[in-house]
Design a protein around this ligand. Structure first.
Ligand code: SF4
Length: 199
C-alpha cells in the first residue's frame, strides 16, 4: 500500500458527517461540482488514493458520532463503485447505532449485475438513499449525465423502485438546469412515491 495519506475521507456539514471514499464515477455530469471546484465546504475532495476500510473506520472513530444526524456516503465520486466498502462501513456504523444514508447515481446494479445490490444494502442496515434522477427522460439524462454504462437511466429508476420496495427511506434529487423539466421530474418521483429534492 502507498504510504501517502489518502486526503479528506470525512467532512462535516449541515449537521451531518459525509464520507468521501472514491473519486471514480460511472457518469460525467456536465454540472458535476468536480468540474468547477476542488471540493465543498472548504474541504479538498480529490483523493490521492482510495482509503482502505480500516482507514475509514479509524477516521470515523475520531468523531463523536452522536453529534451528527446521519453519516452520508457522498463525496467526489459514486460511492457504490466501492460497494463492499459501503456495505462494511454501513454495518460498522449501524453497530454503533448511527443512521446511514447513501447518495448515489443509481447505476449500482449495472456495475454488479450478478448481485442484488438493494437487498445487500438493506441487509447491511442502510436507512436512507438519495438517488440522482437529474432528468425527466433518458434523452435529457444521457445529454447531461453522460453515463458510461448503457441503460443507466432505466437502471437508476429500477434501483429507486427496488429501494422503495425494500423499505429503505428513499428520495430522488434533481439539479435545476435549463433543459430539465422539473415538473416532469416531480411527477416521476411522485409516481415512485418518493420526495424530490431540488438543488
Ligand atoms: S454522478 Fe455525481 S459524482 Fe458522478 S459525475 Fe454526476 S454529479 Fe459527479
Amino acid at each position: 500500500m502507498s504510504d501517502k495519506e489518502p486526503g479528506t475521507i470525512c467532512y462535516e456539514a449541515h449537521g451531518n458527517l459525509y464520507l468521501n471514499i472514491t473519486n471514480r464515477c460511472t457518469a460525467r455530469c456536465t454540472f458535476c461540482i468536480r468540474e468547477q471546484a476542488d471540493g465543498v465546504c472548504g474541504y479538498d475532495l480529490w483523493l490521492l488514493r482510495e482509503p482502505t476500510i480500516k482507514e475509514i473506520k479509524d477516521v470515523l472513530s475520531t468523531y463523536d458520532l452522536s453529534r451528527y444526524r446521519e453519516v452520508v456516503f457522498t463525496g467526489f465520486g459514486e460511492p457504490t463503485t466501492r460497494l463492499d466498502v459501503v456495505l462494511e462501513i454501513t454495518r460498522w456504523l449501524k453497530g454503533r447505532g448511527k443512521r446511514v444514508r447513501l447518495d448515489t447515481n443509481g447505476h449500482t446494479q449495472l456495475m454488479y449485475p450478478d448481485r442484488d445490490v438493494v437487498t445487500e444494502l438493506k441487509q447491511a442496515g442502510l436507512d436512507a438513499v438519495s438517488v440522482s434522477l437529474n432528468a425527466e427522460s433518458e434523452e435529457t439524462y444521457n445529454k447531461i449525465c453522460r453515463p458510461k454504462l448503457e441503460n443507466a437511466y432505466q437502471a437508476m429508476l429500477d434501483l429507486t423502485r427496488s429501494a422503495v420496495n425494500a423499505d429503505i427511506e428513499t428520495r430522488m434529487s434533481v439539479v435545476r438546469l435549463s433543459g430539465v423539466d422539473i415538473n416532469q421530474c416531480e411527477t416521476i418521483a411522485h409516481d415512485m412515491g418518493v420526495d424530490l429534492h431540488i438543488r
